[in-house]
Ligand binder design. Structure first.
Ligand SMILES: Nc1nc2c(ncn2[C@@H]2O[C@@H]3COP(=O)(O)O[C@H]4[C@@H](O)[C@H](n5cnc6c(=O)[nH]c(N)nc65)O[C@@H]4COP(=O)(O)O[C@H]3[C@H]2O)c(=O)[nH]1
Length: 800
């Protein structure tokens, strides 16, 4: 070591040593930059630039050697053999090119070390060939240890230089590599120079063809200029490559950021970079993620293993958000070559929307979207399950079918939004009244059902039905018109009322039908004989639908006469249905069915038109009383319909009397009032039918524009037997007098009843005593002349 130091300090011109080191460093940096340039090139165009890199390095080694030789002053005449000097340059270029070629073999780290060692070998070959070209007037002696050391230094440092320089494309890696290469060349040179000792020998003459040292200096200067030029080219190339790489990187980043999916570039499990979409998924910034381990974001090690083991295959995993929550994602990995190194790109797709949609679909498949209750499908499944369980255990199961009475009116009168709101409110109230193990489902428009498992006593189910009915009374009617609806409930038990689901549903439905027909807003248990009645009712409803078209209806007329004179004032029109198989079906049977099914609208229109057409043909201006049901009165445009019929038939409105019951008013008082006012404004009169049986409310008589009160026939017929009935008749007659409204008594069958009415001041009557309802042809004389209809009463004056 000391020998080498002595050699540098005492035998060399240090300024030239510094210049040699500078040229060497410049050549090394040029070589490293050119090597990286070669790496970035297509394989095809690599050869040329590999040659340029080999030339720059070979020339650099050569120039370093000869500048250092110029710095060497053994105080003897020296010169250089031309051929060997040229060979040393060629050897330096060729061996460096060979070493670089090995080092650039793709994918092998060992090849970089081997290539670097070959470059180190080139340095040694060049040096010792150069020394062979060295002529001096003396003899050279070599220290074998230092020679070996010089070769090892060149080889080892050369290997390390190339390996480090090519490890990464960072400036640090490049500079370190270049410094190591400089060190390899310089350390080799000066160690080798330390190994040589010259013994002056005046007998040895320098050959005449040898280049003198000053010529060598010129040659070295030229070579150094070549190195400078190559270095400049390498710099330009490097800057250009960097700019391109930056642009390319920016383009790639823009492209990946535009992707909706998250993209992660990984070297092994280390994240190199990510795009904006991925950063968004994690809630962090792009810069915060680069350099981290993939495990920080995809915690499931097995999933990561599968991901890399099966490139191109989508796998579902969980991604950790910056806040620690886990998101469902789909991952696909693809291997790519990035910066000549194998990498993986992982596409990350957010599955939250898909999962939500799937959950939504699953929910919709089993739930009613409006109320959130179970739907028919999930109800059927549960019922089947419960039936199987109860069948095995022998316990009882109850099924409650609920139906809203009057729900159609809510939709018609208040709109569908109000109807929907009402259904939601009802679902909420019913749900809160039920226990955990009971299931409420919405089976259709206004149909709900409740499954009650493990029924110990049917009376408990009755109590539950009452609770449900009561719970609906609590609904605040400000937003939803609950006063228009009530709920009817039908209850059937398994296994006593049915042997399977279909039969159980049918039994509960039958009980529901009964509840609806027997007052609504109530509940009924299934009874064995209900089925036949319901079938009967449904069959009638079916036949009613075609009754008008089949001409099965006709009208009968019943006279209404003055009590004192018997003079006829008009007729009440009554509908008759002659069923092709059953014969005459009483209105008390089919009118409620027509009302419930809505058929009354068509039927009522037919009655009104026929009655008006008939009355318009009468010679005398008698009144015609037409019964109008609640459904008609509250239907859209009823008053307009009546006006059109009057126009069509030509009947003066004053001759038409519409008979309504109090129940029709109570159903929807506002709408009823509006319609009645319109009818009144047309000149039509209104009679309050069946008075005394329903609400018999004075306020109704006051609030609605009524022209006549009709006392129900049940009171008239009991007037002699039941003192209470007589009192009611008197009270109604008093009410009429007080309000200034005429009162007509219905169902007068005997002269005693008539006498009573006469005595009590009732002015008008109707009943079998005056005439049974009959086809109008039977009353022809009454229509043309003022014939009194009461021939049986001798007390009465016959009026002409
Ligand atoms: N025992 C007895 N009965 C008498 C006597 N005088 C009349 N009647 C019966 O009493 C009912 C009077 O009709 P209502 O109270 O309007 O009661 C009617 C009415 O509410 C309804 N109805 C009949 N036709 C129509 C119609 O065209 N439209 C509507 N909406 N309802 C109708 O059907 C109900 C029953 O009608 P009907 O069976 O025809 O029964 C009629 C009539 O035949 C009597 O002296 N003794």
């Amino acid at each position: 070591m000391l020998t080498v130091y002595d050699c540098i300090v005492t035998e060399h011109d240090l300024r030239l040593v510094a210049l040699a080191a500078l040229v060497c460093a410049l050549a090394s940096l040029t070589a490293v930059n050119l090597l990286h340039h070669v790496l970035r090139l297509e394989r095809m165009s690599r050869g040329i630039w590999l040659t340029v890199a080999a030339a720059a390095t070979g020339f650099g080694i050569w120039a370093t050697h000869f500048i250092a030789m110029l710095a060497y002053s053994p105080a003897l005449p020296t010169a250089y053999n031309v051929t060997l000097t040229a060979v040393s340059l060629i050897a330096a270029v060729l061996l460096t090119g060979f070493g670089f070629g090995i080092a650039l073999l793709p994918g092998l780290t060992a090849s970089r070390w081997a290539g670097g060692a070959a470059v180190g070998g080139g340095i040694a070959v060049m040096h010792y060939t150069g020394m062979a070209a060295f002529e001096v007037a003396g003899t050279l002696a070599w220290d074998p240890t230092l020679v070996t050391a010089s070769i090892l230094l060149g080889g080892l440092l050369g290997a390390a230089a190339v390996a480090v320089a090519l490890h990464r494309a960072t400036p640090a890696s490049k500079i370190t590599g270049a410094l190591l290469l400089t060190l390899a060349i310089c350390s080799h040179h000066f160690t080798a120079m330390g190994a040589v000792s010259i013994t002056p020998d005046p007998t040895i003459a320098l050959s005449s063809s040898a280049i003198p040292s000053r010529w060598l200096a010129l040659g070295v200067a030229v070579v150094s200029l070549v190195i400078l030029l190559l270095a400049f080219i390498a710099l330009i190339l490097d800057v250009r490559d960097r700019r391109r790489a930056t642009l390319e990187m920016q383009r790639m980043r823009d492209l990946t950021d535009a992707a909706l999916e998250g993209l992660v570039l990984c070297a092994g499990e280390t994240i190199v970079t990510v795009n904006q979409s991925f950063a968004r998924l994690t809630g962090l910034k792009v810069e915060q993620i680069g350099g981290q381990n993939l495990a920080a974001w995809i915690p499931d090690a097995l999933k990561r293993e599968i991901l890399f083991a099966a490139p191109g295959q989508a796998i579902e995993a969980e991604l950790r958000h910056g806040d620690g929550t886990l998101l469902p994602v789909e991952l696909i990995a693809r291997p790519i070559n990035y910066k000549d190194h194998p990498h993986n790109v992982i596409a990350v797709r957010d599955l939250r929307d898909r999962r939500n949609a799937e959950a939504q679909i699953r929910f919709l498949a089993h739930h009613d979207p409006l109320t959130g209750l179970g739907n028919r499908a999930s109800f059927d499944q549960r019922l089947d399950r419960e039936i199987t369980l109860h069948g095995r255990s022998g316990r009882q199961l109850a099924l409650l079918c609920l139906d809203l009475d009057g729900f159609k009116d809510v939709n018609d009168l208040h709109g569908h939004a109000a109807g929907d709101q009402l259904l939601k409110d009802i679902a909420k109230h019913l749900s809160t009244a039920l226990a955990e193990d009971q299931m409420l489902a919405r089976l259709g428009g206004d149909e709900f059902a409740v499954i009650v498992p493990s029924v110990a006593d049917p009376a408990h189910v009755g109590q539950l039905a009452e609770t449900l009915l009561k719970s609906l009374k609590d609904i605040d009617g400000t937003d939803t018109p609950t006063n228009l609806v009530s709920v009817s409930i039908g209850i059937a038990l398994y296994p006593s009322d049915a042997k399977d689901r279909t039969e159980l549903l049918s039994s509960a439905d039958t009980a529901l039908y009964r509840a609806k027909t027997e007052g609504k807003g109530t509940y009924r248990f299934f009874e064995a004989d209900m089925g036949a009645q319901i079938r009967e009712r449904r069959s009638l409803e079916h036949d009613l639908r075609s009754a008008i078209a089949n001409g099965e209806f006709n009208l009968v007329y019943q006279p209404q006469a003055q009590v004192d004179t018997g003079a006829v004032n008009g007729f009440e029109v009554l509908l008759r249905w002659i069923h092709p198989a059953r014969g005459s079906v009483p209105p008390a049977l089919f009118i409620p069915i027509a009302e419930e099914s809505g058929l009354i609208l068509k039927i009522g229109e037919w009655v009104m038109r026929e009655a008006c057409r008939e009355a318009a043909t009468w010679m005398r201006p008698l009144t015609v009383g037409v019964n109008v049901s609640a459904v008609q009165l509250t239907s859209d445009g009823f008053a307009d319909l009546v006006r059109r019929i009057l126009d069509e038939t030509g009947l003066p409105p004053q001759r038409l009397e519409i008979e309504i019951t109090e129940t029709a008013l109570i159903r929807d008082p506002n709408r009823a009032l509006q319609t009645l006012q319109k009818l009144k404004s047309l000149g039509i009169s209104i009679a309050m039918d069946d008075f005394g049986t329903g609400y018999s409310s004075l306020s109704n008589l006051r609030a609605f524009p009524c022209d006549k009160i009709k006392i129900d026939r049940s009171f008239i017929q009991a007037v002699h037997t039941n003192p209470q009935a007589a009192t009611i008749v008197r009270a109604v007659l008093g009410l009429g007098r007080g309000l200034g409204l005429p009162v007509i008594a219905e169902g007068v069958e005997t002269s005693e009843e008539l006498s009573f009415l006469d005595m009590e001041g009732c002015t008008e009557a109707q009943g079998y005593l005056f005439g049974r309802p009959a086809p109008i042809e039977e009353f022809v004389p009454l229509l043309s002349e003022n014939v009194v209809v009461l021939p049986t009463s001798p007390a009465r004056t016959m009026a002409k």
